[in-house]
Design a protein around this ligand. Structure first.
Ligand SMILES: Cc1cc2nc3c(=O)[nH]c(=O)nc-3n(C[C@H](O)[C@H](O)[C@H](O)COP(=O)(O)OP(=O)(O)OC[C@H]3O[C@@H](n4cnc5c(N)ncnc54)[C@H](O)[C@@H]3O)c2cc1C
Length: 412
């Protein structure tokens, strides 16, 4: 449980403490520092570091990266333009949605794919360059509270000693297993329990300008070109099945590829360039994203399933919404209250509510193979795939899909 502590020495004091230096944490820290606040960011990792992710970003995510000022650095580092996504259902139906044809003008006709090692490093560096004090290899263990709410954290430094950081606002951007989120309470888990295994493979045959998703009977597989000759290969399976991967993720991953005939041959002729990374289970969200002195952003606030991608977009957009709501409160004195952060909670619902519904529609829909096959086939043949991809890519409003006409044409 979160506790108050005075036993550990104070390492730092700031307007804002950000826990986690992934896209959500770096973006929030950068925006708050850009507005003149003192910001400390802590991460248990040492950057650059890998992250299990398909490493696909929509044009809308690129729009925010542009506002943060990192797009040219990513392009120079080899980020690859991405035209859209193709989906193949277990029974062979196929669709290919392209951002440029979705009917609403995207920020650009293409998204970007780039290794998280590069993306997260550049975002964190941009935050540092804006004045954020970054403490790597520093792990938050617990929140500390007083009568005014959450006042900071107790953390473990690289030398193993404990210290506190005090802040008027503590931001939990510490990902799927958020310590901050768990200690703020009201953590929820969905019924769909899946795990992922992610590899980088050089020389996968037949890669084009789009990501490819293959839905099988016992999970799904994504191929995403991430620059050079490298492909990100991500396998997602139900948690029950993933138990067999314990201690042998690489062997499990290679075995499971055979569930996707045609794809296993294409991947099999390549060469794996790093260990297989495992993560999950997903479908975790928080019923309390703000409290007195603290707020959650990115996966720490919610993450349902990787099929539709866009976790990076949500992390970045969530950071923008949080900074907008927190800045007026930070101009006054004292702890930032839950009340002052209420606009953030509402803005999240407005920004992500439609997307949450579409994610669940797709996530649960694929557990009904013949229905899913029929929907994919109809979407592909009837020219509706571009609209769906535009919705999942966050630049076409969700109502373009969540309406009786679209849903009927998709299924009937
Ligand atoms: C298999 C898979 C594929 C995905 N594919 C895509 C995709 O193609 N496109 C997309 O947009 N999204 C994708 N996502 C989602 C995306 O990876 C996440 O939504 C995104 O990383 C969220 O960013 P974040 O900053 O909230 O968290 P993270 O990126 O997880 O960052 C959290 C940070 O917090 C740090 N941390 C954690 N605990 C502590 C602690 N106690 N103390 C200090 N530091 C701590 C970690 O070291 C980490 O650096 C995928 C996810 C998965 C699992």
């Amino acid at each position: 449980m979160a506790s108050s502590t005075s036993a550990s020495p104070e390492l730092a004091r700031a307007d804002v403490l950000v826990v986690g230096g992934g896209p959500a944490g770096s973006a929030a820290a950068l925006l708050l520092a850009r507005a003149g606040r003192s910001v400390v960011l802590v991460d248990r990792a040492s950057f650059p570091r890998d992250k299990a992710c398909s490493e696909y970003m929509s044009p809308e995510a690129v729009r925010i990266l542009d506002r943060l000022g990192v797009v040219s650095a990513l392009e120079e580092a080899g980020a690859m333009p991405l035209a859209g996504t193709a989906v193949t259902a277990a029974r062979g139906a196929r669709l290919h949605g392209r951002f440029a044809l979705a009917g609403h003008r995207p920020f650009r006709p293409t998204g970007l794919s780039v290794s998280r090692r590069i993306l997260d490093h550049h975002l964190l560096q941009a935050a540092r360059d804006t004045g954020v004090r970054v403490l790597e290899r520093t792990t938050v263990e617990t929140l500390w509270r007083d009568a005014g709410g959450i006042g900071g954290v107790v953390l473990r430094k690289p030398d193993g000693s404990r210290a506190t950081v005090s802040a008027r606002l503590t931001i939990g951007a510490d990902g799927l297993r958020s310590v901050v989120g768990r200690q703020m309470g009201r953590r929820r888990r969905g019924g769909l329990r899946r795990l992922a295994f992610v590899a980088h493979v050089d020389g996968v045959a037949g890669m084009g300008d789009s990501a490819e998703m293959f839905v099988g009977r016992r999970g799904y597989l994504g191929l995403n070109p991430i620059g050079g000759d490298r492909t990100n290969v991500a396998l997602v399976v139900p948690a029950g099945r993933a138990a067999a991967a314990r201690g042998r993720p690489r062997e499990f991953f290679l075995d499971a590829l055979h569930d996707f005939p045609g794809v296993s041959d294409r991947v099999g002729c390549g060469r794996m360039t790093r260990p297989v990374l495992a993560t999950g289970p997903f479908a975790v969200w928080s019923g309390r994203v703000v409290s007195d002195g603290a707020a959650l952003v990115g996966d720490a606030a919610d993450f349902f399933d990787p099929f539709t991608g866009e976790g990076i977009y949500s992390a970045l957009r969530g950071a923008e919404l949080l900074a907008e709501a927190a800045l007026p409160a930070l101009r006054g004195p004292g702890r930032v209250t839950a009340r002052a952060l209420a606009p953030y909670r509402r803005a999240r619902r407005r920004a992500f509510g439609g997307k949450w519904a579409v994610e669940r529609l797709i996530g649960y829909g694929m557990t009904f193979p013949s229905l899913f096959n029929r929907a994919v086939g109809r979407l592909g043949r009837r020219g509706m795939a571009h609209t769906l991809i535009g919705v999942t890519a966050d630049f076409v409003p969700a109502r373009a899909v969540l309406n009786p006409v679209f849903l009927a044409r998709m299924l009937l």
